[in-house]
Design a protein around this ligand. Structure first.
Ligand SMILES: Nc1ncnc2c1ncn2[C@@H]1O[C@H](COP(=O)(O)OP(=O)(O)O)[C@@H](O)[C@H]1O
Ligand SMILES: [Mg+2]
Length: 282
């Protein structure tokens, strides 16, 4: 069975306005894929098409080997979704929220416990949602998305608005999904998050993919300067050519004990996005 996601020339228009413009991406089973783009780029729209909540204007997409316009309960039982609207019942506690969800989807009664333990919320099972912190709420939504042990997990901005510690907690949970072989499709406008988690990313700008690939490879591809930067203990920085001459200078500085740190001039994804689109990310 094919657990990947395949998109071919996906176009989406709203009232004659083109929001997605010929998206072609293949995501393989077990891959963590990140769709990156500024607010309004079309990320959520693409997730909604892939999960059958919206129909594309042109093109085709396949999920688990099925056309996304014809998904049935058979496919939905194998996918998990965490979209930006949380959809939690504020007056119910954590456990009952998941129990309700498990019942609606015909899952066995031990699933809520398993899911709460997975995200570290078992201790807080009796707390009502309205009393949870933002980070706990986000973990509960993630628990709900993973409660059926999905083969494909869609996470729409899973760490948006979270502090770094809570974001790291979510990152660890996503990385655990990788060990299970789950295919993860996540959207983010956090470039560092993408560099850390994703096997492949696509940069989306105004509805078009402007770059695609492994984050590290993309950054190396745009390393036009290809220099070595030495930060010296006296506070100065020197830029050296990445060649044998530069190597001697690095050697000499190291030997003299002058070096605080050595960097390359490799850009990060944010800089690559700026170069490609002429605009910043936030
Ligand atoms: N149902 C809709 N009707 C009309 N326009 C929409 C609708 N949904 C989204 N859009 C527009 O599509 C664009 C992309 O939105 P969205 O996919 O939510 O972007 P992102 O998730 O990247 O922030 C935005 O300009 C938004 O206003
Ligand atoms: Mg969105």
């Amino acid at each position: 069975m094919n657990n990947g996601i395949h998109m071919k020339n996906i176009v989406k228009e709203f009232g004659g306005h083109r929001i997605l413009n010929g998206i072609e991406i293949k995501i393989e089973k077990g891959e963590i894929f990140g769709l990156l783009g500024p607010s309004g780029a079309g990320k959520t729209t693409l997730i909604k098409i892939l999960t059958g909540q919206l129909t594309q204007t042109e093109g085709e997409a396949e999920l688990l080997g099925t056309d996304t316009r014809r998904l049935t309960d058979r496919e939905y039982s194998r996918i998990g979704m965490m979209l930006d609207n949380t959809g939690l019942y504020e007056r119910l506690n954590c456990y009952d929220n998941l129990l309700l969800f498990a019942r609606i989807y015909g899952l066995s009664g031990d699933k809520p416990q398993e899911a709460l333990k997975m995200v570290g919320l078992w201790e807080a099972k009796g707390q009502t949602v309205q009393k949870l912190s933002k980070g706990m709420k986000q973990r509960l939504v993630l628990a709900r998305a993973m409660i059926n042990g999905p083969d494909i997990l869609f996470l729409d901005e899973p760490t948006s608005g979270l502090d770094p510690a809570n974001a790291r907690g979510i990152h660890r949970l996503i990385q655990k999904q990788r060990e299970k072989g789950t295919t993860v499709f996540l959207t983010t406008h956090n470039m560092e998050e993408a560099e850390k988690l994703c096997d492949n990313i696509a940069l989306l700008c105004e509805g078009s993919i402007v770059e695609y690939g492994n984050p590290g490879e993309i950054c190396r591809r745009y390393n036009h300067q290809n220099k070595i930067c030495l930060s010296l203990k006296n506070g100065k920085q020197i830029l050296l050519e990445n060649d044998s001459n530069g190597a001697w200078q690095v050697y000499n500085c190291l030997k003299e004990g002058l070096v605080e740190a050595i960097h390359s001039t490799e850009p990060n994804l944010e800089t690559v996005f700026m170069e490609l689109t002429g605009r910043s990310f936030e």
